[in-house]
Design a protein around this ligand. Sequence first.
Ligand code: CA
Length: 222
Amino acid sequence: MRLLVVEDDKHLNRQIVTALEQAGYAVDKAFDGEEGGFLGETEPYDAIILDLGLPKLDGVSVLTGWRRAGKRTPVIILTARDRWSDKVQGFDAGADDYVTKPFHMEELLARVRALLRRATGHASSELVCGSVRLDTRSGRVSVRGAPVKLTSHEYRLLSYLMHHAGRIVSRAELTEHLYDQDFDRDSNTIEVFIGRLRKKLGVDLIQTVRGLGYLIEPKGEA
Ligand code: CA
């Protein structure tokens, strides 16, 4: 999953980005409304964290612009305490959730997980496909109850495919959603990661659909 953080407070921006990266997401960052607005409109993010008080273009205008352009990316707005009218304006502009500053990073992470889950049609924070379980809270993966140790890239890949179980995901889509802007992208690496992931999981979970991409069947625990 790939996220965008738009926050002009450099320290807070870095804190959020670091926490999200540690939680296993690919993250891009912007420090003003123009830059953030452009990225949100042109890049395929899975969710966006948007501060409302931004230089150059305020958050509500940025969000309004995205929705007007038909962008349906889930958005969490960051609002100042006691500014209830900001929340109302934000929701009316198309926000999906909000966090009031100052906040605990754990709360923001939980809201991001919930939003990604909802956007992909899942009710539980634990995703199950056959004998494979992925806990989006802890980032742990197990096969038939036995823990499997994955690198952050392998986890990101598996998490994206499991969130979108039942749908064929192309290699191009994976490349766009697994790496941040600065990453040296090479779609061949996806194949390498899929190979490693299959080996580590040791079960027949990820199917290759020739010419189209990869598919995980959405079957629950048998
Ligand atoms: Ca701000």
